[in-house]
Design a protein around this ligand. Structure first.
Ligand SMILES: Cc1cc2nc3c(=O)[nH]c(=O)nc-3n(C[C@H](O)[C@H](O)[C@H](O)COP(=O)(O)OP(=O)(O)OC[C@H]3O[C@@H](n4cnc5c(N)ncnc54)[C@H](O)[C@@H]3O)c2cc1C
Length: 413
């Protein structure tokens, strides 16, 4: 028999945790009316894993960004640990943020609120005479929920075409997307590694590889550049968001998101660090350069580039590993979880992103979407911690007053 609940939240990352704390702050008696489902059976496992696997020492976002509704909570928590808010923008260290999040879980009594499971199907149906969702878990269990929040991230590794075309005849650990790399336990002495990508992840991987005795070639189609944050801080408030939200064209909004994020960037601190290692001969930068073809030749890669503008080609250099720090791609038309919802309540999709209502609700039903997939409504920071706060403000309004702004469920004829 299916477990029944008012609200099912899929995923237990920072976005889901932000939603839950905001929800409880608004209406504490909702505590017994939701379940959170995540394969790990615990909060923030993916977050902690990515910071540990890439040995990231601190967050890129300042201390006001975190899952608690009180924006000052992290600063207050850090009062005894001032060295762990890095100047000048008070970036929390990874350890401080981890301990703070644990304190949030303790304070809101949420530690044991995650059910271990992977949601595989999301079906629409009736329960107790009302429209509801039926969630099918990978192990066969079912959950019936009146309302669902999708907070499962949902990005897929973005692989360049040349990487997809390589025949699978190489040892798999020799070609990896950044999301598959765990620096811990790797021994790379004497190896030469090509890292593709211009973002902060490429920087973390380069530092980790050099620390383990490798030399690194950092290659990007563009010029490497440094900026403090993922997107200009104007996107965290009305300065840019007002114009974004006034823009009636979804296509135009999508363009604005791309422009604001402007691909991957390093932070100034990372840039300095990498330059220092370049001077020591441990890293070389290949800018405005793109791989055309990579071939596994017995015990190393041979890589041909498209352009050799201002540097020698690397075809003559045997490479031990190729690491792709090429980001992730978000396209909800590839989300199996949404197949039935999309078939029953077709929503407009613009370059992979759904057009949701103000409360981030899928048109026609009580499914809410958080994270990068809500970017057409929230702007370029949707996927970040701050995006979790923006999303929670809007979703919670609808959850505590379920009748507000509900779009009538109209089934296609
Ligand atoms: C290396 C790195 C560093 C970052 N640093 C920052 C930063 O400093 N500041 C900032 O603001 N942002 C940062 N971000 C961006 C963003 O905040 C994080 O990616 C964040 O983890 C996104 O939170 P999330 O809850 O959407 O997704 P996730 O953290 O990925 O959580 C989603 C959860 O859903 C679960 N899930 C997936 N599918 C299912 C399913 N079918 N059923 C049930 N559960 C499922 C996953 O297992 C996971 O636990 C960083 C991103 C990366 C990759």
């Amino acid at each position: 028999m299916a477990l029944s609940t008012d609200l099912a939240i899929i995923g237990a990352g920072p976005q889901a945790l932000t939603l839950v704390t905001h929800l409880l702050q608004k209406k504490v008696n909702l505590r017994s009316r939701f379940v959170v489902i995540d394969p790990a059976g615990a909060w923030l496992c993916q977050w902690h894993h990515q910071f540990a696997a890439l040995e990231i020492p601190n967050l890129r976002s300042p201390a006001v960004h975190h899952p608690d509704p009180n924006p000052h909570a992290l600063r207050t928590f850090a009062e005894g640990r001032p060295d762990e808010l890095l100047p000048p923008y008070a970036l929390p260290t990874t350890g401080l943020f981890r301990d703070f999040c644990q304190s949030v879980l303790d304070r809101w009594d949420l530690a044991n609120r995650v059910m271990a499971g992977t949601v595989q199907h999301l079906d629409l149906g009736q329960g107790l005479g009302r429209p509801s969702f039926l969630l099918g878990l990978a192990d066969g269990r079912q959950i019936r929920a009146r309302r669902v929040v999708l907070a499962h991230g949902g990005g897929r590794p973005q692989l360049p075409a040349w990487a997809r075309q390589i025949p699978q005849t190489y040892p798999s650990h020799r070609l990896r997307h950044s999301s598959q790399i765990d620096l811990r336990g790797l021994s790379l002495t004497g190896e030469r590694i090509l890292i593709v990508g211009s973002g902060l992840t490429a920087g973390h991987l380069a530092l980790g590889a050099v620390k383990r005795g490798a030399t690194v070639i950092l290659m990007a189609r563009r010029q490497f550049y440094a900026k403090l944050f993922d997107a200009d801080p104007g996107w965290l408030g009305p300065k840019y968001l007002k114009g974004f939200q006034a823009e009636p064209s979804w296509q135009q909004r999508w363009q604005m998101i791309q422009q604001a994020r402007n691909g991957g960037s390093l932070t100034p601190a990372m840039w300095l660090h990498l330059r220092r290692l370049e001077r020591q001969g441990k890293i070389s930068f290949y800018e405005q350069c793109e791989v055309q073809q990579a071939e596994w030749k017995g015990d190393a890669w041979q890589v041909h580039c498209k352009t050799g503008a201002d540097h020698n080609c690397i075809a003559h250099l045997p490479l031990d590993r190729l690491w792709l720090a090429t980001g992730s791609q978000l396209d909800i038309t590839h989300w199996p979880l949404l197949a039935n919802v999309q078939a029953t309540y077709p929503a407009e999709v613009v370059n992979g992103l759904p057009v949701l209502d103000y409360h981030l609700r899928w048109p026609g039903c009580n499914l809410f979407v958080m994270g990068g997939a809500a970017a057409l409504q929230l702007g370029p920071v949707a996927r970040n911690l701050f995006g979790g706060r923006l999303a929670s403000d809007r979703i919670v309004q609808a959850l505590v007053k379920p009748s507000r702004g509900i779009i009538p469920a109209v089934l296609p004829a």
